[in-house]
Design a protein around this ligand. Structure first.
Ligand code: TLP
Length: 369
């Protein structure tokens, strides 16, 4: 059960306060679901958290969170890490050795938005396959597996992303994931799932996180996106795998001390903010349907499956950056992700009134058809 976080928080602050024209202003912030503020109840849970030194494994709140997430994902163990990027990169590092090849979708997060870490920290090369809104076909993966020949890199790992960020929050269908996992197993490969927003996929489909996780050797999940915690991600997998991840977390400097104070926010988020993701999905759909009515906007609302809305403004005569600048003047922050592409993300701090206000601002700018 979730309580109505939004109406409680309204009395407090849920706006992003950023500098605009030299002064601090409040905005409806649709740039990402990473911008959420911890709620008063979450802050209380953090303040009251029992803590210990987690590098010694002695933080009871971290241990409780790890156990909770391992159970949710149906895995033997889970490890708390500072970020989704570290969760993915520790997984890649733990599954591979330098010179190995990782099959991954071309617009995926680990390949595009993690600072080249796969090459720098694990010495792997990526073979990128073009998916449809981030979703790969099992046959594509099969064709990409290198033959056992000394000329080639050793194909070791397949990485999938669910939901897929640049795919527009698209859901990787469970059957396809299962087919790819079966293929990976039959060819001796490992599979890592970037599940930063697996919670969104689960709430949208009713498929439990552990059902998705069954088709992966390792899963990374984030607490600091739709779930609204300020910090934190976890990697889940078998005990020997997590032991390896733990060693590399130390090596990468990701071991934290009395971090139960942060883990408590994650536990609170899982207890109270999971089911409400459905509201974010509804708000995203409303945005997509409203945007479709506007001149110069290209979007198909049927592809908006969760909390991410990606659309094109090529026919508006404006660039994405110009649209973003104009929307900022109207009190709305949005994220240009290409010359004419814009991404909007709904989250805990965005109400249905904010969506109507955003659409009104877009209408003013782009004029209805
Ligand atoms: N994504 C962020 C940006 O980095 C683009 C965002 O605003 O969406 N996997 C996926 C699928 C992600 O979307 C992200 C963050 C991460 C991993 C990395 O998480 P963090 O930011 O915690 O390192």
């Amino acid at each position: 059960m979730y309580h109505n976080v939004l109406s409680e928080d309204r009395k407090w602050t849920i706006r992003s306060r950023v500098i605009s024209g030299g002064t601090m202003k409040d905005f409806v912030d649709l740039r990402s679901d990473t911008v959420t503020h911890p709620t008063p109840d979450m802050r209380k849970a953090m303040a009251e958290a029992e803590v210990g030194d987690d590098v010694f494994g002695e933080d009871p709140t971290v241990n409780a969170l790890q156990e909770k997430v391992a159970n949710l994902l149906g895995k033997e163990a889970a490890l708390f890490v500072p970020s989704g990027t570290m969760a993915n990169q520790l997984s890649i590092k733990s599954h591979t050795q330098a010179g190995d090849e990782v099959i991954i979708e071309a617009s995926s997060h680990p390949y595009n938005f993690e600072g080249g870490a796969g090459a720098a920290l694990s010495g792997v090369q990526f073979q990128c396959l073009k998916g449809v809104r981030g979703v790969l076909e099992p046959s594509q993966v099969e064709e990409a597996i290198r033959p056992n020949d000394h000329h080639f890199a050793v194909t070791r790992l397949v990485c999938l992303e669910n939901t897929h960020n640049r795919g527009g929050g698209s859901i990787f269908p469970l059957e396809k994931m299962t087919d790819i996992y079966r293929l990976a197993k039959s060819r001796g490969l490992l599979l890592h799932l970037d599940g930063a927003r697996l919670w969104n996929a689960s709430v949208a489909t009713g498929i439990k996180p552990h059902e998705y996780a069954q088709s992966a050797d390792s899963v990374s999940v984030c607490l600091s996106k739709g779930l609204g915690a300020p910090i934190g991600s976890l990697v889940a997998g078998s005990k020997p795998f997590i032991d390896r991840v733990h060693r590399f977390r130390k090596m990468f400097g990701g071991g934290m001390r009395q971090v139960g104070i942060v883990a408590a926010a994650g536990i609170h988020a899982l207890d109270f903010h999971l089911e409400r993701l459905a509201e974010d999905h509804q708000n995203a759909r409303r945005l997509a349907v409203g945007l479709k009515e506007l001149k110069g906007v290209s979007i198909d609302p049927k592809f908006v499956e969760t909390n991410i809305v990606i659309f094109d403004v090529a026919n508006s005569g404006m660039t994405a950056s110009q649209v973003a600048e104009a929307m900022k003047k109207e009190g709305v922050l949005i994220h240009p992700i290409g010359k004419t592409q814009i991404r909007l993300v709904t989250h805990l701090d965005v109400t249905s009134e904010d969506i109507e206000m955003t659409l009104k601002a877009f209408r003013k700018l782009l004029k209805a058809l």
